[in-house]
Design a protein around this ligand. Structure first.
Ligand code: OGA
Ligand code: NI
Length: 356
């Protein structure tokens, strides 16, 4: 592989080659800039995790199954920080429409997408490639658009106007995930022994960011990644995807593939949930791999408390045995961290840990 002629890849802040255009050019090897050091490359032998449960949310309506489901949510929130949900209440056509409109967006000519380009992580709508292509030393095989999404009427006019159905279809999906995340937060809180309505108002008025990701087929998937290992900053992330590719760090700190189950959604706990639970729950470290067969699309709906609302350990989960293990933080403080740090070098949550 190393004897292939690699294209030197240069970018400035205002112009870059997105991976969609590398794909359209039909490159047969990836440019040098995308080649990860050997230690960070994906392992082709990674196994599909057998411990990530599939939670059937319809079981919550059955009194004889409900407590068992809550226990399942408790144990996987604590051990892994990830589970799949089925019968989650979001219609298949809403999910399919969101994926299709994402596909149409990334198929647009670069000039059209570049209208929404920004490298400023504080922008409410931002199209870019990799993670932040101005800062990243090695590029990820990913183009994305991120946009604030709740309350929808505050942001939707800033979203892509092309494809013409984008706002309607993505807006429907955003609203439905917003309903689901409230239900999931209540279940997780209940499973931790908190009042299910804990922070109810803050969650209702919280922030939702949709990260719409595009990972084109890649000629050398073993040398690069779609997204670097990270944990999400918020309480809960709901992930919709078109193909397998997501990997998580399991209990033993090994990478494991997340099973792909048609119609399901992946629920990942983020840094705010780990902190709120005073370390009982796990903010899951995850990454995305790419493949040589087909483009993969994903829509990560990141739910957190409001941008300036501080999250700290719930008082009920702090006592003499279990002292307060994290400092409080807000979404804005996370964005400030992102602006001045390289996420491949360290996790934000580690800067918040209180030494016993
Ligand atoms: C994210 C993310 C994973 C994926 O956008 O935060 O982790 O599979 N995406 O696209
Ligand atoms: Ni993520």
């Amino acid at each position: 592989m190393e004897n292939t002629q690699r294209v030197n890849h240069t970018s400035s802040s205002s112009s870059f080659t997105c991976v969609m255009s590398l794909d359209q050019q039909g490159v047969s090897s990836i440019p040098e800039r995308y080649v990860f050091p050997a230690s960070q490359r994906p392992n082709p032998n990674v196994q599909i995790s057998t411990t990530i449960p599939i939670i059937d949310l319809s079981s919550l309506h059955d009194p004889s199954l409900r407590s068992q489901t809550i226990r399942k949510i408790a144990s996987c929130s604590k051990e892994l920080g990830v589970f799949l949900v089925i019968n989650h209440g979001i219609d298949q056509y809403v999910m399919d429409d969101a994926k299709e409109t994402a596909r149409q967006f990334f198929n647009l000519p670069s000039e059209e997408k570049m209208k929404l380009y920004s490298d400023d992580v504080n922008k409410p709508v931002r199209y870019d490639t990799s993670f932040n292509h101005v800062k990243d030393e090695v590029y990820c095989w990913r183009d994305f658009i991120k946009h604030y999404s709740h309350p929808l009427s505050d942001w939707i006019h800033l979203w892509p106007s092309n494809p013409p159905t984008y706002r309607e279809k993505m807006g429907n999906y955003a609203q439905e995930t917003q309903v689901l995340q409230k239900q999931l937060a209540e279940l997780i809180f209940e499973s931790l022994g908190l009042n299910p309505n804990y922070l109810e108002e803050e969650i209702k008025e919280g922030s939702q960011v949709l990260a719409v990701n595009c990972y084109p087929a890649c000629p050398e998937p073993g040398l690069t990644l779609g997204i670097l290992p990270h944990s999400d900053f918020g309480l809960i992330t709901i992930l919709l995807q078109t193909r397998p590719g997501l990997e998580i760090k399991d209990k033993d700190n090994n990478w494991a593939r997340v099973p792909y189950v048609e119609g399901s959604l992946v629920v990942q706990l983020g840094d705010q949930m780990e902190i709120l639970s005073n370390g009982l729950c796990k903010s899951v470290i995850h990454r995305a791999t790419v493949n040589c067969e087909a483009k993969r699309l994903s829509i990560a709906s990141l739910h957190s408390l409001g941008i300036d609302t501080k999250v700290g350990p719930a008082p009920k989960l702090v006592d003499d045995q279990r002292t307060k293990s994290y400092k409080d933080f807000s979404f804005r403080e996370y964005l400030n961290f992102l602006s001045s740090n390289d996420i491949s070098k360290g996790r934000f949550i580690d800067t918040l840990k209180v030494k016993p």
